[in-house]
Design a binder for this molecule. Structure first.
Ligand code: SF4
Ligand code: SF4
Length: 222
């Protein structure tokens, strides 16, 4: 899932300087799982802001709401009444959700309340690790199910680079060398012969080539 972390309170306070009535909007999807932007975080942020504004002697009215997902218009529509009462929204969804909120409510400034970081997994509560960079052309079949784009610091498609030592990456000794992981995985699977087969140059046109990407699924489109 998408992983995000909450922005510092001071940054949010700064963005809200000109706003008097603010909706803090959470998302029930990815940011709830990583505890950055769900219902609980909406309540915590709203409480922190209220305390800040009380201490600062500032008058602000804060509203709170969390929808199932901010990346779906049908759920954003549910906020129409409450957004109408506000002059700004702080979205605690990922960058996609926050932008979709701004598209839906064109006359209201929408400020991000979190920093969207990566697509990753939960190693344990509060510890997340990147696994995918959404390049648009998955090569996991040829790399033992471990992605060199996300897990090699140099995104090498044919590694390791020569700096790998003791299974760690030369860029940062605290992280595993992605290509060491690939080697060990292929060995465990009895597929080390794959390691000898060069991975073809990657077609990056499915990644960030040519601007924002779009998927049209004719088979499920209404
Ligand atoms: S808006 Fe972002 S955080 Fe929320 S469900 Fe959609 S992708 Fe996940
Ligand atoms: S040491 Fe391994 S993970 Fe680090 S850059 Fe080289 S091949 Fe990639």
């Amino acid at each position: 899932m998408i992983k995000a972390i909450g922005k510092p309170l001071e940054e949010i306070v700064e963005t809200l300087a000109a706003s008097k009535k603010v909706l803090i909007a959470g998302c029930g999807g990815c940011v709830t799982v990583c505890e950055a932007g769900g219902d609980k975080e909406v309540k915590v942020l709203a409480s922190s802001l209220r305390l800040f504004y009380t201490n600062a002697g500032e008058q602000k009215e804060l509203f709170e709401a969390t929808v199932t997902r901010q990346c779906d218009m049908e759920y954003l529509n549910e906020l129409a009444e409450i957004v109408d009462k506000c002059d700004a929204v702080v979205s605690l969804a990922c960058g996609a959700g926050a932008q979709y909120m701004a598209e839906r409510y064109k006359d209201k400034p929408v400020f991000p309340g979190v920093d969207t970081c990566f697509i990753g997994v939960n190693l344990e509560r509060g510890v997340y690790s990147e696994r995918c960079q959404a390049c648009g052309k998955c090569i996991l079949a040829s790399t033992g199910g471990i992605c060199p784009v996300a897990r090699c610091s140099k995104r090498m498609l044919n590694g390791p680079c020569g700096g790998s030592e003791g299974g760690k990456c030369e860029v940062d000794k605290n992280i595993d060398c992605g290509w060491h992981l690939i080697y060990e995985r292929l060995k465990a699977l009895g597929q080390l012969d794959r390691f000898e087969i060069p991975v073809d140059p990657k077609d990056w046109s499915t990644s960030r080539d040519g601007g924002p990407r779009k998927i049209v699924r004719e088979d499920i489109k209404i």
